[in-house]
Write a protein that binds this ligand. Structure first.
Ligand SMILES: Cc1cc2nc3c(=O)[nH]c(=O)nc-3n(C[C@H](O)[C@H](O)[C@H](O)COP(=O)(O)OP(=O)(O)OC[C@H]3O[C@@H](n4cnc5c(N)ncnc54)[C@H](O)[C@@H]3O)c2cc1C
Ligand code: SF4
Length: 312
């Protein structure tokens, strides 16, 4: 039955990456924000703990974290003269469902966009000429964004420090830094945490690439190389290289997700969920900017707390 709730300033439809980030920023401005999430409420403890979270049949094959495309179809067509058809089986496109959205089962690769990405049309025109664009036909609708990399740089920086991204800068304010990506756009400062440890295969690849004159660099990741406390006061743990990032949630508090970098500042109220079926329950998510992050006792059920490699 429909129920009238107390009015609030802002409601986000969905509590994935965008919904939770917007809620955080708006709540900091003093607004009262509620997020409505169509999927289940879930948290690192108890929902993401092993052995259940490493069930490959459930998460990799049956894609348990993804949108249920029997109930909510996404349609697709390759060109405008085709009839769009529903996608019946998820392959590379894997939209999430549940508190945290796709940002729970993402990989953690944390690249910034390049300068040219924001002026894509101008860049292609300059580099390849008008004829190149015309040859692509009317279906190609690329445009410049209307904001530039320089305008967004402080926000890339803020996001990286929120997530604790592990990496090595290649260009700080125009100064090329050894060990990083020399072709990246200028950044205002170093990554918040150092790059991940190099694996054996990574070292082989790096040596091979260097011997050919290339510039390999450690990939920036939101899977953390060391323990880190973000500017919101929330602590993340060190990655233990379990390998269950994509399509899975991190049981170790070591991968940035709404649960690990934002939601511990919020209150989660599932009172609506009992009115729906378990598969389509809604969580009401209220953000209180001044609320303290969950105390470590809240995290004590996590296996990472007792793992000597990740204890901080
Ligand atoms: C497998 C995988 C790996 C990825 N790896 C990377 C990576 O390594 N690096 C990278 O940069 N990006 C990666 N991405 C992309 C990244 O996760 C997404 O870009 C990001 O999560 C999108 O944020 P969003 O808020 O738009 O959507 P989501 O995070 O998916 O959030 C959308 C939320 O809205 C909810 N919702 C939708 N409709 C409704 C409705 N009508 N009512 C209520 N709730 C609703 C959904 O249930 C969901 O929780 C990956 C994505 C996937 C799927
Ligand atoms: S511990 Fe590391 S490898 Fe395992 S899921 Fe977390 S971030 Fe990914």
């Amino acid at each position: 039955m429909a129920r009238a709730l107390k009015p609030v300033d802002v409601v986000t439809i969905g509590v994935g990456l965008t919904g939770s980030l917007a809620a955080l920023e708006l709540a900091k401005q003093g607004l009262k924000v509620v997020g409505l999430e169509r999927g289940a409420s879930r948290d690192t403890v108890p929902d993401f703990q092993s052995p259940a979270i490493h069930d490959e049949l459930r998460f990799s094959i049956r894609k348990a974290m993804m949108q249920d495309n029997v109930k909510v179809a996404v349609t697709f067509r390759n060109s405008s003269d085709q009839t769009a058809l529903p996608i019946r089986r998820w392959e590379s496109f894997l939209p999430g469902q549940g508190l945290g959205g796709s940002f729970v089962h993402w990989n953690g690769q944390s690249f910034r966009a390049q300068v040219a990405d924001f002026i894509y049309k101008t860049h292609i025109l300059r580099r390849y000429g008008k004829k190149f664009l015309e040859a692509c036909g009317p279906e190609l609708t690329i445009q410049d964004w209307g904001v530039t990399y320089d305008e967004l740089e402080p926000y890339f920086d803020r996001f990286e420090y929120l997530c604790g991204v592990s990496g090595k800068a290649g260009n700080i304010k125009g100064q090329i830094e050894p060990g990083g990506n020399p072709f990246e756009a200028p950044r205002s400062r170093e990554y918040p945490t150092p790059p991940m440890k190099e694996t054996y295969f990574g070292a082989l690849f790096r040596k091979g690439a260097e011997s050919l004159g290339y510039h390999p660099y450690p990939q920036p990741s939101s899977n953390l190389s060391e323990c880190y406390t973000n500017p919101e006061g929330i602590k993340l743990m060190q990655c233990v290289f379990c390998g269950f990032c994509e399509r899975y949630a991190c049981e170790h508090y070591a991968k940035a997700s709404p649960q690990t970098v934002i939601c511990r500042l919020c209150s989660i109220d599932q009172t609506m969920s009992c009115e729906r079926t378990a598969r389509s329950c809604a969580s009401i998510w209220t953000q209180h900017a001044k609320r303290q992050p969950a105390s470590p006792t809240r995290m004590q059920g996590a296996s990472s707390m007792s793992n000597p490699r990740t204890s901080c």
